[in-house]
Design a protein around this ligand. Structure first.
Ligand code: ADP
Ligand code: MG
Length: 365
């Protein structure tokens, strides 16, 4: 192809601050050095063609005037971003788009935001749309919530767009759009590393339970008379009458405190303390927010048994990935322990890899 440009977009893991991005709380994701590539060439016939290496996908074609409901399945993410850009008043002639992803889809590493934001950045730069990264994140979120029909916050989009090598990104999701502050992460200087364990589990209840948690949090906030549940005072769990809402609120409030603690621990390079906080986050997600699953719990337990200083599920839950913070010299032991535990359950082998904090979406050719 002539005049083909190529962009690389990282996936992300959320270090801590889970299910807070729709509760106005702080979140602390990291863009990772595992990515998705978007190759784009301009066309002049108002047509968009998209090819992807996603298993089972075939070429999708739609016009730049595409509307919600006209494209479904994986291509809805690409069509949704085109729709969102056009809705925002931008004009462009059409294009051929080739997506090559190294991010396992649906595993909590944000392949969806990498795809929508990759197209956003590519079209912005190729067609000179003059968008800034926050705006691209907003448009990508709109494409996922209003076109694809997945109600998501803005954490993933901002993480894959604004990531910085060697940094986590602290976001205040009570602001619209969320504000972002880079936080240097230096555990590698002290001989530790971050391991991602993709359980490869996808439990069918994930979407329905995610919507249910959002609704429960909204109900709790309304009952407590606060705009954001993360802003409730600690007596909230006493004031609420419903046990489920109490537990959800307890997670949101303690997780909010844990993010602040994690940032302090990172600044002081107190890795054992950070690890303890990560593991406590997992317990809260498992017991109070009830979004974990056996595959995630086993991954976390096995990692801790084999030497991790902390571990937790990351992302929405009911499958997807876990992360572990661990001394570099325990990586092999943790990997073996997790694999052995998975084999004993007769589950598919998990995908396990070391992750480094990486730069956000950028053009590479
Ligand atoms: P996650 O973002 O954690 O990977 P989601 O469920 O939000 O999980 O997004 C997964 C969806 O994104 C897939 O079902 C698919 O529709 C789309 N997707 C992911 N990777 C690709 C890809 N390489 N090509 C096309 N679509 C993709
Ligand atoms: Mg996603």
């Amino acid at each position: 192809m002539t005049d083909v440009r190529r962009w690389e977009v990282p996936g992300r893991v959320n270090l801590i601050g889970e299910h807070l991005d729709y509760n106005g709380g702080p979140v602390l994701p990291i863009a990772i050095d595992r990515s998705l590539t978007v190759k784009v060439r301009a066309r002049d016939d108002d047509t968009v063609n998209v090819w992807s290496n996603l298993p089972g996908s075939t070429k999708a074609t739609f016009s730049t005037g595409v509307q919600p409901g006209e494209v479904d399945d994986w291509a809805a993410y690409a069509a949704g971003m085109v729709w969102s850009l056009v809705q925002d008043g931008h004009h462009f002639p059409g294009s051929d788009v080739v997506v090559e992803s190294r991010l396992a889809s649906g595993s909590g590493l944000s392949s969806s935001a990498a795809l929508t934001c990759g197209i956003g950045v590519a079209f912005d730069e190729l067609f000179g749309l003059g968008l800034d990264r926050t705006r691209i994140a907003q448009l990508a979120q709109r494409s996922e919530s209003d076109f694809v029909g997945a109600p998501v916050g803005m954490m993933d989009q901002l993480a894959v767009l604004q990531g910085q090598a060697g940094h986590a990104i602290l976001m205040d999701t009570s602001m619209s759009p969320p504000t972002t502050t880079p936080v240097p992460v230096t555990w590698e200087d002290d001989g530790l590393t971050l391991l991602v364990i993709n359980t490869r589990a996808h439990h069918a209840l994930a979407d329905g339970e995610y919507a249910a948690r959002r609704e429960e949090c909204e109900r709790a906030a309304a009952e407590l008379g606060v705009e954001w549940l993360s802003e409730a005072t600690l007596d909230a769990t006493v004031r609420l009458t419903d046990d489920i809402l109490k537990a959800r609120t307890r997670h949101v409030l303690t997780e909010t405190a844990r993010v602040r603690g994690a940032v302090h621990a990172i600044k002081r390079r107190s890795w054992v303390q950070l690890g303890t906080i990560l593991t406590a986050s997992h317990a809260s997600l498992r017991d109070d927010f009830q979004v974990s699953c056996l595959e995630l719990d086993v991954a976390v337990e096995a990692a801790l048994e084999a030497g991790a200083v902390g571990a937790r599920m990351t992302g929405g839950g009911f499958g997807g990935s876990a992360i572990a913070l661990l001394p570099l010299d325990t990586v092999a032991a943790v990997r073996e322990r997790v694999e052995a535990r998975y084999a004993s359950h007769q589950w598919p082998a998990p995908e396990i890899f070391v992750a480094h904090a990486a730069d956000g979406a950028h053009r590479v050719a």
